[in-house]
Design a protein around this ligand. Structure first.
Ligand code: 13P
Ligand code: SF4
Length: 299
C-alpha cells in the first residue's frame, strides 16, 4: 500500500500534508507534518505541485484551498470535520458584530469558511496572543473556542468577547485538574504540557501551555527525558517519530479526535487514484476569507 501511494504521488505530482493528530501510519508517509499554523504556511508555499492531499479536518483543507484556489485540494474523507468549528454559525457572528460595532474580529482557524469571511484576522493556537495583541482595537470578538479566548484574555490587555458562548473542543475540554493530579502522583516531577483548548483551570494546573507545534519544539529543545501531554493522543506519534529517545505519556488515553481518524492509507490511495473528494468553496467566500488568512500570515 505504501509503495502504491508513493508511485501514485510521483505520477500525479502530489504532496501529502498531515496534521499532528493523524494516525501514525499517515504521519509516516506524509511529506509534511505540522500544527495548524505550519500547515497554513506550507499551503501558502506550494507552487510546484498539482495535487494536495490534505490529511486533517475540513477547516484545515479549506484554508489550503483559500490559499490555492487553482489547485486540486483533496481530503481523503470529506466527513472529517471539526466539531468546534461547527459551533460558530455565520448568523450568530454577524449578530455579535452588530452588537459590538467597534470590535475587531479574531477567529480561530478552526472555524467554518462562512464565518471566516467576516473576520478581521484569523489566528491559531500558536500565534493567538501575538495576533490579538497586534489588533488595532481594544475590544475583540474571539471565537469559537472559549478556552483559547480565556487564554488570550489573560495574556493580553484587550477586552475579549467570546463567540459563541460555550464554544469548545470536546477532546480538550474533557481533560480535568483531577487528571493532572493523578498524573503528578503517578509520574512525580514530570513536566505536564497542555494545549490552550483545555479549560483555563487545567491550563493553570499545567507547567506549560502550548500549541502542538510548540510542544514539539519545546520537547526537542529540553534536556528533560519525560513529558505528559494534555492533548490529542496521536501528538505522541509525532514525538515518537521526531524525538524517539524521549518518553511521552498522554494526560488521558481518551483524548481522541474521532474525525481526525477518518483518514487511512486505503482512502489516501483512492484519493490519489480518483483525484477526489475535492475541497472547494464559493468564490466570494474564498476571496473574502483570503484577506483574513493573509492578515494572519503577514503579521
Ligand atoms: P494546533 O494548531 O495546535 O495543531 O491545534 C489544532 C487543533 O485542532 C487542536 O485541537
Ligand atoms: Fe476540532 Fe478538537 Fe478535533 Fe482539534 S481536536 S480538530 S479542535 S474537534
Amino acid at each position: 500500500m505504501i509503495n502504491e501511494i508513493k508511485k501514485l504521488k510521483e505520477e500525479k505530482n502530489a504532496i501529502i500534508l498531515a496534521h499532528n493528530y493523524q494516525p501514525k501510519e499517515i504521519q509516516e508517509i506524509a511529506d509534511f507534518l505540522g500544527d495548524s499554523l505550519e500547515l497554513c504556511i506550507k499551503a501558502s508555499e506550494i507552487k510546484d505541485k498539482d495535487l494536495v492531499i490534505f490529511c486533517g479536518v475540513d477547516f484545515m483543507a479549506e484554508t489550503a484551498y483559500i490559499l490555492n484556489p487553482e489547485k486540486k485540494i483533496i481530503i481523503p474523507d470529506l466527513d472529517a470535520d471539526c466539531e468546534m468549528a461547527n459551533m460558530l454559525h455565520e448568523e450568530e457572528l454577524l449578530e455579535s458584530m452588530k452588537e459590538n460595532p467597534d470590535a475587531a474580529v479574531c477567529l480561530y482557524v478552526n472555524s467554518i469558511a462562512e464565518a471566516k469571511q467576516h473576520a478581521t484576522t484569523l489566528c491559531t493556537s500558536a500565534n493567538a496572543v501575538e495576533i490579538v495583541e497586534g489588533l488595532d482595537a481594544d475590544v475583540v470578538l474571539f471565537g469559537p473556542d472559549n478556552n483559547l479566548a480565556n487564554h488570550v484574555a489573560e495574556k493580553t490587555d484587550k477586552t475579549i468577547i467570546p463567540v459563541p458562548k460555550g464554544g469548545h473542543c470536546y477532546v480538550h475540554d474533557a481533560l480535568t485538574v483531577e487528571d493532572i493530579e493523578a498524573k503528578r502522583k503517578e509520574y512525580p516531577g514530570v513536566e505536564i504540557i497542555c494545549h490552550p483548548e483545555c479549560k483555563i483551570e487545567v491550563q493553570h494546573a499545567c507547567d506549560q501551555v502550548l500549541s502542538t507545534g510548540g510542544m514539539l519544539k519545546y520537547i526537542k529543545n529540553s534536556d528533560k527525558e519525560e513529558f505528559i501531554l494534555g492533548t490529542e493522543v496521536d501528538m505522541i506519534s509525532r514525538l515518537e517519530i521526531e524525538v524517539p529517545g524521549k518518553k511521552i505519556y498522554p494526560l488521558s488515553d481518551e483524548a481522541i479526535c474521532k474525525k481526525m481518524k477518518f483518514h487511512n492509507l486505503e482512502k489516501i490511495k483512492e484519493a490519489l487514484e480518483n483525484e477526489a473528494p475535492i475541497v472547494s468553496l464559493p468564490d466570494e467566500v474564498a476571496a473574502k476569507s483570503l484577506k483574513a488568512v493573509e492578515n494572519m500570515l503577514n503579521k
